[in-house]
Design a binder for this molecule. Structure first.
Ligand SMILES: Nc1ncnc2c1ncn2[C@@H]1O[C@H](COP(=O)(O)OP(=O)(O)OP(=O)(O)O)[C@@H](O)[C@H]1O
Ligand SMILES: [Mg+2]
Length: 447
C-alpha cells in the first residue's frame, strides 16, 4: 500500500518542495522515517499515531515506512506531521486523494488539532511558482498563505475536518483572497509619535536627514535627555513599505514564526531594540538551524542599540560586515543560508558611565560630567562611550540636551505641536515644512 502527498521545506528563506511517500507492508508494527529528518521530524511518529487514533481513524498495525524526498535536503520542524498523517490515511484507504497537486503543511497535536507552523509564506510562494494551486494549511497561517496570489487556501483546524473534506462529506471552505494592500494596517505600540517630543529640534532634524538617506545615527547625551524616546519615534517618519518590501519583511518574520494571524502582512517598518545582553548569534542570526537574528528582523526598518558601549565587542564586530553588505550569510556544515540585513542602525550612549551624576553638586555645570577619563572607576574602559569606530562611522551624530521637564514656560514658548508628524513622512517631501520655532524658544543646542 502506497501513497504520496506534497509538502515543503524551508532553509533560511529558501523553500523547496518535498514529497512525502508512505509505504505500508506486512511486518512487525513500526514506523520509520527516512530522508534526512532531524529529531523533531522523528518525534512526529508519536504525534501522527496519536492524532490519527484521536481523529477516529485507525493507525495500521503494520510496518509503516515514510520517505521525505529529495533525501539530500535536511527536513526540520514539525510541519510534516499533517502530510505524513494524510499519506498514511490514503495508503490505508481511509481517505481518497482527490488531487495530486495540493500542498499540506501543519503540525498535529495528540488530539488531532492542526497547529501553526513557521515559514508558510515562502513555502506557499514556492508551491505556486511550481504550479501548485491548492494548499491545506493551519487556520492560524491561512491569512499568511493567502498573501500569495493565485492559490486556493483551505484553512484546517483539525484532522477530522481534513478527513471529512477528502471524503467529500464536508468540504473545507477556501479562504477568500484579499488584496494585500487593502489589509488593515498594523499598529506598532512601541513606536512613539514624533509630535510628542518637545524641543530637541536639532536632533529631530538630524533624524529626519538620516531617515531620508537611510544613514546610521549615533546619539550621545546625558541620562533622561530623550535618546530612547527619539529613537522610538524614528519609524513613525519613515515611508511605508512598498508591497515587495512588505512581502520580504513578512517572509523573514514568517520563518521566525512572528507573523500574527490577524496581521498577516507586515506593512510598517520594523523597529527592533535588542537588549545589550543579547548574544551575538541572536543579533546577527544563527543557532543549530540558522534562524534570522535581530538584524534581519529589523530589515528595511530600524535596529536600535540602546546603551551602545554596553554591547560586547564581539557582538558589534559581528555586525560590522552585515551592516556594510546589507546581507548576512550564516554557514554550517550542511550548507549556508542568507538573510537580508538592510537596516538603519540607531545607537544611543551616555557620554560617561557615571550614570546619575550629571546634576550632582560635584558637576561644574548642569548636564556635564565631573569625571575626567583617568578618574573613571576600574573596568570603565569597556563601558566608556564608543569613541572609536566599532561600527561603520555614523553619518549623523546627534547630542540631545538635558530636557527641563516639566516646564510650563517651555510649553508656552514652543506650544503643543498640533498634528501628527507621521503625516509628514519623508515620502511626501514634506519634511521641510517644519513649523517655525517661535522667537525666544529654547533651541536645544548641543551641550
Ligand atoms: N524632548 C522630550 N519630550 C518629551 N518627553 C521627553 C523628552 N525628553 C525626555 N522625555 C521623557 O523623559 C523620560 C526619559 O527619556 P529617555 O528614556 O528617552 O532618556 P534617555 O536619554 O534614553 O535616558 P538614559 O540615558 O537614562 O537611557 C522619558 O519618559 C521621556 O518620555
Ligand atoms: Mg535610554
Amino acid at each position: 500500500m502506497f501513497a504520496k502527498v506534497r509538502s515543503a521545506a524551508v532553509t533560511g528563506l529558501q523553500a523547496s518542495l518535498v514529497s512525502v511517500e508512505v509505504d505500508i507492508t506486512n511486518g512487525l508494527p513500526a514506523m520509520h522515517i527516512v530522508g534526512l529528518p532531524d529529531a523533531m521530524v522523528q518525534e512526529s511518529k508519536e504525534r501522527v499515531r496519536a492524532a490519527i487514533r484521536n481523529a477516529g481513524a485507525s493507525f495500521p498495525m503494520k510496518r509503516v515506512a515514510v520517505n521525505l524526498a529529495p533525501a539530500d535536503i535536511r527536513k526540520e520542524g514539525p510541519s510534516y506531521d499533517l502530510p505524513i498523517a494524510v499519506a498514511i490515511l490514503a495508503a490505508t484507504g481511509q481517505v481518497q486523494l482527490d488531487r495530486d497537486d495540493r500542498l499540506y503543511l501543519g503540525e498535529l497535536s495528540f488530539e488531532g488539532d492542526v497547529r501553526p507552523t513557521n515559514g508558510v509564506l515562502p513555502m506557499v510562494a514556492l508551491a505556486r511558482a511550481e504550479g501548485i494551486e491548492e494548499v491545506i494549511v493551519p487556520s492560524a497561517n491561512a491569512a499568511e498563505a493567502a498573501l500569495v496570489p493565485g492559490v486556493r487556501v483551505l484553512p484546517a483546524d483539525h484532522l477530522v475536518a481534513i478527513i471529512a473534506h477528502l471524503a467529500g462529506g464536508a468540504p473545507i471552505a477556501p479562504l477568500e483572497p484579499r488584496d494585500p494592500l487593502l489589509l488593515e494596517d498594523d499598529v506598532d505600540e512601541s513606536v512613539v509619535d514624533f509630535a510628542e517630543i518637545k524641543g530637541q529640534e536639532h536632533v529631530k532634524r538630524a533624524l529626519e536627514v538620516a531617515a531620508s538617506g537611510g544613514h546610521n545615527v549615533l546619539m550621545t547625551g546625558p541620562p533622561g535627555s530623550g535618546k530612547t524616546l527619539l529613537a522610538r519615534a524614528l519609524p513613525g517618519i519613515l515611508p511605508p513599505l512598498t508591497l515587495d518590501e512588505a512581502l520580504e519583511v513578512t517572509t523573514i518574520h514568517s520563518v521566525a514564526g512572528l507573523v500574527r494571524p490577524d496581521r498577516p502582512l507586515i506593512r510598517r517598518r520594523p523597529f527592533r531594540a535588542p537588549h545589550h545582553t543579547t548574544s551575538y548569534a541572536a543579533l546577527v542570526g544563527g543557532g543549530r538551524k540558522p534562524g534570522p537574528g535581530e538584524m534581519s528582523l529589523a530589515n528595511r526598518g530600524v535596529l536600535f542599540l540602546d546603551e551602545l558601549p554596553e554591547f560586547p565587542g564581539n557582538a558589534l564586530e559581528a555586525m560590522r560586515q552585515p551592516l556594510e553588505d546589507k546581507v548576512i550569510t550564516i554557514s554550517r556544515v550542511q550548507g549556508s543560508v542568507e538573510y537580508p540585513a538592510n537596516v538603519m542602525l540607531v545607537a544611543a550612549q551616555n557620554p560617561c558611565p557615571c550614570v546619575g551624576k550629571y546634576h550632582s553638586a560635584e558637576s561644574s555645570r548642569p548636564g556635564t560630567c565631573h569625571h575626567r577619563p583617568a578618574a573613571r572607576r576600574p573596568g570603565a574602559e569597556r563601558r566608556r562611550p564608543a569613541e572609536g569606530p566599532p561600527l561603520p562611522q555614523p553619518l549623523a551624530r546627534a547630542r540631545p540636551t538635558t530636557p527641563r521637564l516639566p516646564c510650563p514656560l517651555w510649553r508656552d514658548a514652543v506650544g503643543d505641536r498640533p498634528g501628527d508628524r507621521r503625516g509628514r513622512r519623508l515620502d511626501g517631501g514634506a519634511v521641510g515644512e517644519r513649523r517655525e520655532r517661535p522667537r525666544g524658544a529654547p533651541t536645544g543646542t548641543p551641550d
